[in-house]
Design a protein around this ligand. Structure first.
Ligand SMILES: [Zn+2]
Length: 118
């Protein structure tokens, strides 16, 4: 008797994976600019010049930087490629700062919406 082939295991990437791993976590889509070769190149150069996590460094810890972060969140600062607004962070600090930034971004968008309606 013929049997159905076993269902292929599906791998989950990106938003689905995040939702699955962190219940209630509502991920805000990142800017398309993060997925450009320009950003990849410039952030790599920046990390080479600033190889340590700035937040860890301020706490007296030495951790290698893994990402480049916008000090003032991108939707608020408005200029994605302004390197004076960048800092190198480790993944842990980036996640923690990202969660704090989310509130700032939401507040910024709420205020912008209110001012448009006046
Ligand atoms: Zn850090």
């Amino acid at each position: 008797m013929a049997t159905k082939p076993a269902k292929k295991a599906t791998r989950m990437y990106g938003i689905k994976q995040c939702k699955k791993q962190t219940p209630g976590y509502n991920r805000v889509r990142s800017s398309d600019e993060y997925h450009t070769s320009r950003w990849t190149r410039l952030s790599r150069i920046f990390r080479a010049e600033h190889p340590l996590c700035e937040i860890c460094k301020s706490k007296g810890l030495i951790r290698p930087a893994e990402v480049v972060d916008h000090i003032i969140p991108y939707p608020v600062c408005g200029d994605f490629f302004d390197s004076s607004n960048w800092q190198s962070l480790c993944s842990k600090c980036n996640v923690e700062k990202g969660n704090r930034d989310k509130k700032i971004i939401q507040e910024f968008k709420r205020n912008r919406t209110v001012s448009k309606n006046i």
